[in-house]
Ligand binder design. Sequence first.
Ligand code: F6R
Length: 648
Amino acid sequence: MPQYEIMCGIVGYTGESKAQKVLIEGLSRLEYRGYDSAGVAIQETDGIHVICRKGKVAELAHTLGHFSLTGTCGIGHTRWATHGKPSEVNAHPHTSCDGDIAIVHNGIIENYAELRDELAIRGHVFTSETDSEVVAHLIEDNYHGDLVEAVRLSAMRLIGSYGIAAVCEQEPGIIVATRKDSPIVVGYAAGAEGGAGAASAEAASSASARNGAGAGAGAKAQKGVRGSFVASDIIAMLDSTRDVVVLADGQIAKLAPDGVEYFDMQGKSCEVTHTHIDWDLDLAEKGGYPDFMLKEIHEQPRVIRDTLAGRMVGGALVIDELDLSPEELDLTDRVYVIACGTSYHAGLIAKNLIEAWARIPCEVEVASEFRYRNPIITPTTVVVAVSQSGETADTLAAIRDARVKGAKVFGITNVLGSPVARESDGVIYTKANKEIAVASTKSFIGQVVSLTLLAMLFAQAKGKLTTPQVRLLFRELADTADQVERILSDTDAIRDAALACKDAESALFIGRGIGSAISYEGALKLKEISYLHAEAYAAGEMKHGPIALIDEGFPVIAIATKSPTYDKVVSNLQESRARGAKIIAIATEGDEDIKNYADYVIYIPKVRDAFSAITATVPLQLLARFVAIERGCDVDQPRNLAKSVTVE
Ligand code: F6R
């Protein structure tokens, strides 16, 4: 089974101070991201010492207190596991066979199994369950006296996403880092006492001259220690330097105590761009975003990519963790999705896909209802429990009930080892990473993508989708990451629409099919963070009651993307507009006609209707956030709400 790592935390330091202290401070700065184990590798005169602990950075610091490590070069890591249990063995840094090379890695090595088999034949012995360990062995295999070259050759073999920092016993004081689709930031600090390069250097692009001299790029004397830093997040080095280089994909940084050199994937010196960070610490924790919600909304393309990584193996869709044979999948004749809140809305989307593709009847039920009725469950019933936190009381109770009644239960959760994961027969972990804002955004997208894969898996097993169809769907699903990025790159139309409804007392969200499920999520987001009353309806229900609400200026937000029911939604818009509604339409790029029926149009890229939940939800999240901010609300911590609901 693949043992993936996801966005964890990397720090590295080489300089004049004790690395142990600098690394612990850096790791502590990354704690807010969530993690379950931490470790450091420090170069001492007698070799590299690796110390890892399950649990908090404070425990690691306490353990380090028992050693008297004095090394001034090292790397550290906080790991938040999704596969491969949190343990000292799985914690980073990972080392090569002889312990001469230690690495920390963020991301997912998709071809790790193939590489591990290849390296095992050459005598490498692996000790952890992780994909990351293969990186240490690969670098060892490629090492012939030059760490930069070994990292370069290794990176060229890696498929997937990675931010890597490596140290080697034979090259004291040197850290080599590289990246692809996973952030790596490098900085040089002249230290409080200043330094030759510190005062004179200007922030500017520079060739690979050492940072302390040329690329010292504005490394003005600042409180903190002197030396070179690498991290997955600027925040880890902010106390010492604010002048950083955000590595581009395929760039390699060679850190030494007196500066940094940069290389490209051909091994040649390369130009890098220096950036001066003027955020305060609070802003830095939020990655430069004003609030966690916005940061998490912007993480969604990454969540889509990580959730899909490694799922297509040899042209077939694979979800090993479910532990269900194709025969068992084929025998499934009823699916229940049980969940609460936003997770329930992800279930509504899954229903559409499971029924359309796999032709299995699927019911979606709020867990607090499911647990108190007597649903029809047979041994061929599959219950899918969706929970970001993995500890929602009603969802857990429903899982227990379903299992007692004989159903197979699968969890879809964001938290490794959570009760939902422990109490289910199989589990898919969404790759959202810790979600801090109370209102769920990136977790929802992770759930929708995971459930989409599950629907494809059922359809594949039942022979309802051919292998080429599954591959095509998978490719299109993967494309949604870029499409979401495009939506996030221009949000002016969403802001305009938000200004138009910020003073309303109530709003109505409508859509049909998947659009109605999206409407429910849009309404929930708006009400929970802006306290503006919002309701969602399947658009066809308008005439059966909700239309009575409409009067002059009443906001109606419609999912009017191109779908088989597009014309019907347009009719609903016309009848709402005729009664004075202010229409905000989420529409497909290129649909000029929609402007005739809407006051505000928010365009999103064209996607297959099945994937519209991923793209159309993003503007609704942003709309809710803009409205909430206009109304002076705390978007990260709305009143009366908690991130996990562990009581009934
Ligand atoms: C809304 C939200 C909640 C949760 C619900 C279930 O933004 O976050 O509605 O979705 O409380 O929580 P989980 O998914 O943790 O079971």
